[in-house]
Design a protein. Structure first.
Length: 93
């Protein structure tokens, strides 16, 4: 729990994104470099709110503003997950 509090205190992770961050951190602590290199292109693509990977997860709501918010929220969660992986890998070494 100290990790979550540390990230909240220094404001590097928003409260709503602690789950993806902590999951990524845990994954990063056991991930091999080869496996990370395999995952990295997928993670990089999904950090873009307009990527095909994000588009397939978004229901067309008919409301452009709501769709934009959902795209940004999902891509930010994935970016936070990715940052958690990197932090977990860094702390492991």
């Amino acid at each position: 729990m100290d990790l979550a509090l540390d990230q909240l205190i220094d404001e590097s992770v928003e409260f709503d994104n602690l789950g993806p961050y902590l999951l990524g951190h845990k994954l990063g602590s056991v991930l091999t470099n080869d496996t990370y290199q395999t995952l990295k292109p997928l993670l990089d693509k999904t950090c873009d709110p307009y990527s095909k990977a994000i588009s397939t997860r978004i229901n067309q709501l008919g409301d452009d503003k709501a769709e934009e918010q959902k795209r940004n929220k999902l891509s930010k969660q994935i970016l936070t997950f990715h940052n958690g992986i990197l932090r977990g890998m860094k702390e492991r070494t």
